[in-house]
Structures are given as structure tokens and as C-alpha cells.
Ligand binder design. Structure first.
Ligand code: DMJ
Length: 521
């Protein structure tokens, strides 16, 4: 017979072990808060911490993933899209390093571009849209900021290869192209291309023509816009389906949204005009029409807290709204505010002779949508936004909610991008506070435990280490940290919004005159 005292002794031991293990398990599995950061005040100190975070996260990539196009910080490895890599991470991040004054990192990146980068690789096709916005865009802004001819030469070589994709009956680009052979493989449904992808290459092409004096890129951009704005079926509302047929130039299906495959088409309508010093081009007219369409068909509000949101129309204009919004749509507050003021301060814009009810309406909507986009962060356990949210229409759920499958966070930039633009234009400190709260949440939950590395999350409702996903996206460096850094920049003469337009991947291009007197549709 086991003595009672022995049983008690063992039970006490087990209990003590349990009491000890619970906090250890919690510490081990839950992402830990960095101490004190929330209390950090003052724009200079906040900007310095954002820069420090960039350096740490970049050093981690330099250490374990250098030169690779994709990076997985948990397994400390990278992967290339082309055999020798295409500089996806390095070139996309280069101008952020220049803006932050990271000379050593810039030097190492330049060395890689100079010694290791070649476009003469024919093993795989690459996405025309992604390569244009991230790599061509990154090379062009890096050239502008450094005046280093290496970047322009690489940009010209790349663009000449990308142009092969535009050799179609309409002039709209195929989705993919082989940079080595300058050809695209035949695919099923290859004629159906994304509206956003076809409509988000023009700023890069026109700026390259401006820099080189060679009109072919500009003419290519004009042709695509002629097609995208030419389908009369849709021209009365300014809203277009998310797919287009590149052989006929007609839109396909009825699905309309400002999220994936729609977003930057609308963004570039405005930015093509801003890039040409807001000269009232046909793109501005198309943008204005689209904003009217967005307000008439897509805008809605929740009850009782009156959160504005941009719904989707999967069945087209005559069918019911789907109360769903991608995080991607959060580019819109910034775009609306920039469009209303042309980048001057709101105070100054309101005294200009062109100011009217349209501009006042767009400013109000920008501020309302900004509040919703921030709430998408504020409402979750981690303070980070899910990829997609839904809005409650029958008042049975939370006003803004997400489904489990949409709860991942890729460290996307759209909300901080809009916060930066709204802060620059309105000078309202609330946008800096919101941006800071978002940054602190990245520090808390996107940082790998015990490492200065940052990664995506599988669920913004979980604080567990096991729910971190293994990937650092290049737009974390190119966009998210750049916009956060610029949000805390007090000197508004740095990249002023009246003289610069950021491409959709946050690469800043100086505005240009039409120096070749080219026809712009
Ligand atoms: C970026 O590559 C660009 O901003 C693009 O226009 C949309 N999505 C990602 C970031 O979320």
C-alpha cells in the first residue's frame, strides 16, 4: 500500500510543476511586447525607431536571404523567381534605404545590382505588372534619388524586355513574359487579364520616356489607356469589371470592386494626372467620374457607428452590394485626399479658385474611410488588420468583422500610406497617432521571438508564436516602413506631394512635363 503521505507529496510536486509550467508555456508561445515603445513620444524619436526597425529587419534578410527574391525569416532561407534572382527584395527596398540615409546598405545593394543582376535569364516567365511596379519602379526612383546611371541602364534593359508583352492586337500587356526570350507561353484563358494589372504600368513607362527621350514607352502607355477607357458599355459610371479581354479590349464579366484586380486601376487614373502636374488630362476626368460612381454604387455606412465602407458588386451595377472590403481598398482615403487638393495643404487648397463642393465631398469621404481603415486594426486582438473584412448589414454581428480564412496579415501598406497622405495634407495629429499604434502592433506581433526579424501573421486574432507565417514581403521594406517613416518626417519639403507622385509600390517619381509633346489620350 502506498502511504497517504507519499501520494500527497507527489500531488504537491505535480501541482508545483504545473504552476511553474503555465507561465513558461505562455512566455514561450505568445509573442512578447517590446517594453516601453508605446510611450515613445516625439516625431524625431519615433522616426528613429522606425529606421532602427528597418535596419534590423533588413540585416536579417542580408544575413540569411541576401539576393533572393522571396524571404522566409523563420527557416532563414530565400527563394528565387529566376535562377539568378531578379533583385525583387533588393531593388524594391533600395529607395527606402536612400530616403533613410542608410549609405552602407545602399552600397551593398548597388554592388549586387552591378555584379549579380542580369535580365538575360530565360528559365521562367515573370509577372509584367509586379516587375513593372516593384523593379522598374524601384530602379527609376533609385536613379532619381542617386543620379547613379547604373539604375537607369538596368531600367532601360528591363523595360525593353517587358515591352515584348505589349505585342498584342490591342496593345494591352500579357500577364507574364519571359525576359530572356522576350516571349509569353500560351495559356488557357490567356486573353483575360486583370484590369488593375493592365492599368498600373503607365507612370513607370512615361517616366522612362521622359528620362531617356525615347517616346516608345510613353506611346505604349497611351495605347493601353485608350483601350481601358474605350469600352463604351461602362463609360457612364466610371466603374469597370476587374477583368479585360486583351484581344478585343472589352471588359469581361460584371464583377466590380476596388479590392484585388481593381484597386490600382483607379489609383493610376489619378496618379497619371498628378504625374503630369495635375494638368487636367483625360485620366483626371475618368478618375472624377469613377469617384462619382464609387459614391453612387459602392459606398455604404454601418449602423450605429456610421463606418463608411466601399462594398463590392460581384453581379454588376444592377445587383446587390456585397458588404466586403479588402485591406487593399485602404489606398482610397489617401488617393481621394490627394486628388481633392493636388497635394497642397488642405488649408491652402480651400482658398484656391478650383475648390468646390466636389473637393469638400471627397475630403470628407477620405476622412471617413480613413477612420474605417484604422478601425480594421483597432478592433483586433493584435491591433493589426485582417486581409479582408465584412460589414454587418442585418445588425446580428459586429459592425466590422472578419472570417477566419481572411484573418491573415501580410504587413500591407495601404492604411499607413493613406495615413501619411492625410497627415501631410490635413496636418491632423490623429493620423500620426493611428500610424504609431499600428507600428507598435507590428513590433509586438510581427517580430519573431528573440530575433530582429519581421513576418506575416496567420491570424490577427491570435497572439501565439505558432500563428506567425513564414514570409517577409518586399512591400514591408518598400512601402510599409517607408510610409511610416515619412509619416513622422517633420520636413514637408522632403518628397512634397505637389512635386512627386508615388507609384503604387511607394516609389517616388518627380512630376514631369510632357517633354516630347506626345499625344496623351
Ligand atoms: C503592392 O504590391 C502594391 O501596393 C499593389 O498596388 C497592391 N498590393 C501590394 C501591397 O499590398
Amino acid at each position: 500500500m502506498v502511504k497517504r503521505r507519499t501520494v500527497k507529496y507527489f500531488l504537491r510536486r505535480i501541482l508545483a510543476l504545473f504552476v511553474l509550467c503555465v507561465p513558461i508555456y505562455y512566455l514561450y508561445t505568445t509573442v512578447q511586447r517590446p517594453p516601453g515603445y508605446t510611450k515613445l513620444k516625439g516625431s524625431t524619436r519615433r522616426k528613429a525607431l522606425i529606421k532602427k526597425t528597418f535596419i534590423e529587419s533588413w540585416t536579417d534578410y542580408e544575413t540569411y536571404g541576401w539576393g533572393k527574391d522571396e524571404y522566409y525569416p523563420i527557416i532563414k532561407r530565400g527563394r528565387n523567381y529566376l535562377r539568378k534572382g531578379m533583385g525583387w527584395m533588393i531593388i524594391d527596398s533600395l529607395d527606402t534605404m536612400m530616403i533613410m540615409g542608410l549609405d552602407e546598405q545602399v552600397l551593398r545593394a548597388r554592388e549586387w545590382v552591378n555584379n549579380s543582376l542580369t535580365w538575360n535569364q530565360d528559365d521562367e516567365e515573370v509577372s509584367v505588372f509586379e516587375t513593372t511596379i516593384r523593379i522598374l519602379g524601384g530602379l527609376l526612383s533609385s536613379y532619381h534619388l542617386s543620379q547613379d546611371k547604373l539604375y537607369l541602364d538596368r531600367a532601360v534593359d528591363l523595360a525593353d524586355r517587358l515591352l515584348a508583352a505589349y505585342n498584342t492586337s490591342t496593345g494591352l500587356p500579357r500577364s507574364n513574359v519571359n525576359l530572356g526570350t522576350r516571349k509569353s507561353r500560351k495559356r488557357t484563358r490567356e486573353y483575360f487579364v486583370s484590369t488593375a494589372e493592365s492599368g498600373t504600368v503607365q507612370m513607370e513607362l512615361r517616366y522612362l520616356s521622359y528620362l531617356t527621350g525615347d517616346p516608345k514607352y510613353w506611346i505604349t502607355a497611351d495605347k493601353t489607356m485608350e483601350v481601358l477607357l474605350g469600352d463604351a458599355t461602362w463609360s457612364h459610371t466610371g466603374l469597370v469589371p476587374i477583368t479585360v479581354n486583351l484581344i478585343t479590349g472589352a471588359y469581361v464579366g460584371r464583377n466590380i470592386r476596388l479590392g484585388s484586380h481593381g484597386d490600382s486601376y483607379y489609383e493610376y487614373l489619378l496618379k497619371q494626372d498628378l504625374q503630369l502636374f495635375s494638368s487636367g488630362t483625360v485620366y483626371r476626368k475618368a478618375f472624377d467620374l469613377s469617384v462619382d460612381g464609387i459614391i453612387e454604387y459602392l459606398l455604404n455606412y454601418t449602423t450605429p457607428n456610421h463606418f463608411a465602407y466601399i462594398a463590392e458588386l460581384p453581379g454588376g451595377l444592377e445587383h446587390a452590394q456585397l458588404p466586403k472590403m479588402d485591406h487593399l481598398v485602404c489606398f482610397l482615403p489617401g488617393t481621394l485626399m490627394w486628388g481633392a487638393t493636388n497635394g497642397t495643404s488642405l488649408e491652402a487648397a480651400r482658398t484656391s479658385k478650383n475648390w468646390g463642393t466636389r473637393q469638400e465631398r471627397d475630403v470628407k469621404l477620405a476622412q471617413e474611410l480613413m477612420r474605417t481603415c484604422y478601425e480594421m486594426y483597432n478592433m483586433t486582438a493584435t491591433g493589426l488588420a485582417p486581409e479582408i473584412v465584412f460589414f454587418d448589414v442585418d445588425q446580428t454581428k459586429n459592425e466590422i468583422y472578419s472570417k477566419r480564412r481572411d484573418q491573415h496579415n501580410l504587413m500591407r501598406p495601404e492604411t499607413v500610406e493613406s495615413l501619411f497622405i492625410l497627415y501631410r495634407i490635413t496636418r491632423d495629429e490623429i493620423y500620426r497617432e493611428w500610424g504609431w499604434n499600428i507600428f507598435v502592433s507590428f513590433l509586438r506581433y510581427s517580430r519573431l521571438p528573440g530575433r530582429d526579424a519581421f513576418t506575416c501573421l496567420d491570424s490577427v486574432e491570435s497572439k501565439k508564436v505558432k500563428d506567425q507565417r513564414d514570409k517577409t514581403e518586399s512591400f514591408w521594406f518598400a512601402e510599409t516602413l517607408k510610409y511610416l517613416y515619412l509619416l513622422f518626417e517633420d520636413d514637408f519639403s522632403i518628397l512634397p506631394l505637389t512635386n512627386y507622385t508615388f507609384n503604387t509600390e511607394a516609389h517616388p517619381f518627380p512630376n514631369i512635363e510632357n517633354n516630347m509633346d506626345l499625344y496623351t489620350v
